[in-house]
Write a protein that binds this ligand. Structure first.
Ligand code: ADP
Ligand code: MG
Length: 736
């Protein structure tokens, strides 16, 4: 390709960093160790911030108590020991004539790093030390080192971009800036896959300007539009991939048109129904309670999908206790109404068994048509299939599924096993989706097509009780439609949450446990999280149970539940707890999801700060499921600011969606997106909170592009997407 022809991004992905000037084998290895392999990788390594050296920041304006970021040059460094024998490095920095003292304790290596002449960014709290202002142990970004790094007056005097540097690989921010600049020059003009009219409509600068404006802005005002364009591109690629996946799915799938009558959803307890009514109607007219408005709306959305020939691909979000189970049940019944089967998959055996019991109770009395039996009808059959179902029993259930004698199967991962086949699988519901990945969703879908006599794609509903903010859902589950249960069943009282940090407050918590148990209710105690291993965690849970049973909760019947127990042991203790033979259940986080015991009215979470916010909310959701006022006690002080904010948020709100927003603020999206995205498709620059509006725009553009009949003409965009998917997926998505 000639140097003047605009380059595609993918071409830049094929130029190894070693081909750049100034990058020899050693630097190449260092960059590779940071995951930077190509010119494209360098171009998308964005500055963490920009420092405007053209504007004067007066060090003498710093106020004691403030957190500040100062960019300054080191003038002197002295290393010594304090009287207690601690290492102390005293550094003096200067900027525009004003000086600041910086002290580093226990970081003797700073003396080597921060030699006179080094320019760096120091970030920390300004304190007062014997009348002079100083910073202690600030975070340091060396921007301009001394050894071997020529000073470039332009780069130091203008706007300095601060890059993610690596001390381990020995690449400084300054050096990185040089590599990026080299990459920009080497890349030359970049091809812009977006038409000029589209750019104009969305106020987007062109791609070449965007990369230059981000990395080497001449002026601070160039940065926001550059950033906007680059963020837009990140979202657009992601949303294009989602849109293409959907388009493929719709084009290649053979879905089932399930019978569905929206009027059936209006059936409340006591409504008229008979043998000729749909199972959905029969079920609702005999059920314990009427649907909430939200449940009915969500079931309408689901019913609509079920009735269409395109397989449903829907995410149901509903806070803990919002009543997802009945939605799952009605969905499975819609499948049965068309003479097909349903599957419900749960993440653990405890949950699968709990679902089985609930389903059997709720569906008792329902009758299905079956031409294979005398009279043409029989009782609806629900069976369990987990890793523990073995031998003859397993064989019988497998045969029942293959022959159509089993209508609904509830299970764990065991359902995914290759030997499980169906006569006609019409609908699959996955509970607690966050425990399962995209691959498992695909396997379940295949059950309908390749493991059923009737080769059809089943409708798929995935449920999660971990609320995900809308924006995050758009980037994590962008290929799923979304329904939200945003209403709690009526009459439920909000759980009262206390955060107990003193011994007196803890005693009050334990007293509450005793009071509730005395009133015939039950309690959970969650043991401190032990990270090392499940085994260590189990050991500590055993010890904690013994301690509680002999001290704080002496005289009560205290049971134990942890991840190392055998399935049968877990069942036994769960049923004792349900019956009330066990009054207090000491547990590890194994009970986090879904366990439903209505009589439990108090939960004590030890060392609460160790748990994440979403996890705490889930744990708290184990109580407040019955009529009694319920309580949650968070024990222990919070050692960090972050932990303090988490626990305060929990005390002040019981709304999972509001907490999810707080969580997103506290943790950033990195953790949230986590492993769900592969390699380069990571959002490197985009920030979900800040860039929500851009996300919506990009999504609309992606949908419009893919909907267009001439989508195939977007050769440049398609080419670019290949950077972000593996070969298999590219084959699948881009095959015309
Ligand atoms: P989730 O799985 O969403 O956490 P569940 O389906 O377990 O919630 O429901 C929580 C509790 O609320 C259960 O005890 C359930 O019987 C009850 N429930 C669900 N929907 C309703 C409703 N519409 N009216 C009254 N109670 C309901
Ligand atoms: Mg549930």
């Amino acid at each position: 390709m000639s140097g003047l022809e605009p380059r595609r991004l993918r071409a830049l992905g094929e130029i190894p960093v070693g081909q750049l000037r100034h990058i020899g084998p050693q630097r190449t290895a260092a960059l590779e160790s940071m995951g930077l392999l190509s010119v494209f990788d360098l171009l998308t390594l964005y500055p963490r911030r920009h420092i405007d050296r053209t504007r004067r920041v007066d060090l003498s304006d710093l106020v004691v108590g403030d957190e500040a970021a100062v960019f300054a040059e080191v003038t002197s460094v002295a290393a010594r020991r304090t009287r207690q024998g601690k290492s102390l490095v005293d550094v003096v920095v200067v900027d525009h004539g004003a000086t600041l003292k910086i002290a580093f304790f226990n970081q003797p290596w700073r003396a080597g790093q921060l030699r006179a002449g080094v320019q760096a960014l120091f970030f920390g709290k300004v304190s007062d030390f014997r009348g002079t202002r100083q910073m202690t142990n600030p975070v340091v970004d060396v921007v301009v080192g001394v050894a071997g790094e020529e000073r470039d007056a332009r780069r130091v005097g203008g706007i300095v971009a601060v890059y993610p540097a690596s001390g381990k690989a020995g690449v400084s921010s300054w050096e990185m800036g040089g590599f990026v600049e080299e990459s920009l020059k080497r890349a030359g003009p970049l091809l812009d896959p977006l038409s000029s009219s589209l750019r104009r409509d969305h106020s987007l600068v062109d791609r070449t300007a965007a990369f230059w404006g981000m990395h080497i802005p001449r002026d601070m005002t160039e940065i926001p539009p550059a950033r906007r364009r680059l963020v837009f591109d990140e979202f657009l690629r992601l949303q294009l991939l989602f849109a293409l996946r959907r388009r493929r799915l719709e084009a290649t799938s053979a879905g089932v048109r399930h019978p569905f009558d929206v009027a059936d959803l209006a059936a409340a307890p006591g409504a008229l129904s008979d043998d000729s009514s749909s199972l959905v109607r029969q079920f609702l007219s005999a059920h314990r309670f009427a649907l909430t408005g939200a449940q009915r709306r969500v079931l309408e959305e689901i019913g609509h999908d079920m009735a269409s020939p395109v397989p449903m691909h829907r995410l149901l979000q509903g806070d803990v206790g919002s009543g997802k189970t009945v939605v799952a049940l009605a969905t499975l019944l819609m499948s049965l109404d068309g003479g097909r089967q349903g599957a419900l998959m749960a993440p653990t055996e405890v949950l699968a068994e709990q679902h089985l019991a609930a389903l059997r109770a709720d569906l008792a009395g329902l009758v299905v048509r079956d031409d294979a039996v005398l009279g043409g009808q029989r009782d609806l059959v629900v069976q369990l299939l987990t890793g523990r179902v073995k031998g003859k029993e397993r064989l019988a259930i497998r045969e029942g599924l293959a022959a159509g004698a089993v209508d609904i199967v509830v299970g764990t991962h065991a359902l995914l096993s290759d030997d499980v086949r169906f006569r006609a699988l019409g609908a699959v519901v996955i509970d607690e989706q966050h425990r399962f990945g995209v691959e498992q969703r695909a396997v379940l879908r295949d059950k309908g097509r390749d493991h059923s006599e009737e080769a059809r794609d089943p409708d798929l509903l995935v449920m999660t009780a971990t609320p995900i903010p809308r924006t995050a859902a758009m980037v994590v589950f962008g290929d799923l439609d979304r329904s939200v249960l945003d209403e709690m069943p009526g009459g439920r009282r909000a759980i009262v949450t206390h955060w107990a940090t003193t011994p007196d407050e803890s005693s009050a918590a334990w007293q509450k446990v005793r009071d509730e148990v005395a009133a015939g209710r039950r309690a959970y105690v969650i043991c401190p999280l032990v990270e090392e291993s499940e085994r260590v965690e189990a050991t500590s849970a055993v010890a904690e149970r013994t301690r509680l049973a002999t001290h704080e909760l002496k005289g009560l019947s205290v049971g134990l539940l942890h991840g190392q127990m055998k399935g049968a042991e877990k069942d036994e203790v769960m049923s004792q707890f349900r019956r009330g033979d066990v009054q207090v259940l000491v547990a590890t986080v194994v009970i986090e999801v879904g366990v439903d015991v209505a009589q439990a009215s108090v939960i004590v979470i030890e060392d609460a700060w160790r748990f994440g916010l979403a996890q705490l909310h889930q744990l708290r959701g184990r109580v407040g499921r019955g009529d009694a006022q319920s309580f949650c006690f968070l024990l222990g002080a919070a050692p960090t600011d972050d932990a303090r904010q988490r626990l305060s948020a929990l005390v002040s709100s019981t709304d999972g969606f509001a907490l999810a927003e707080v969580d997103l603020d506290l943790r950033g999206e990195g953790t949230l997106l986590g492993a769900r995205q592969r390699g380069r498709s990571d959002l490197r620059l985009a920030n979900l909170r800040r860039d929500e509006a851009i996300l919506h725009e990009a999504r609309d553009v992606a949908l419009a592009l893919v909907r267009d009949d001439d989508w195939g003409d977007n050769a440049e965009l398609i080419d670019e997407l290949r950077l972000f998917v593996d070969e298999d997926e590219a084959q699948y998505l881009f095959r015309s």
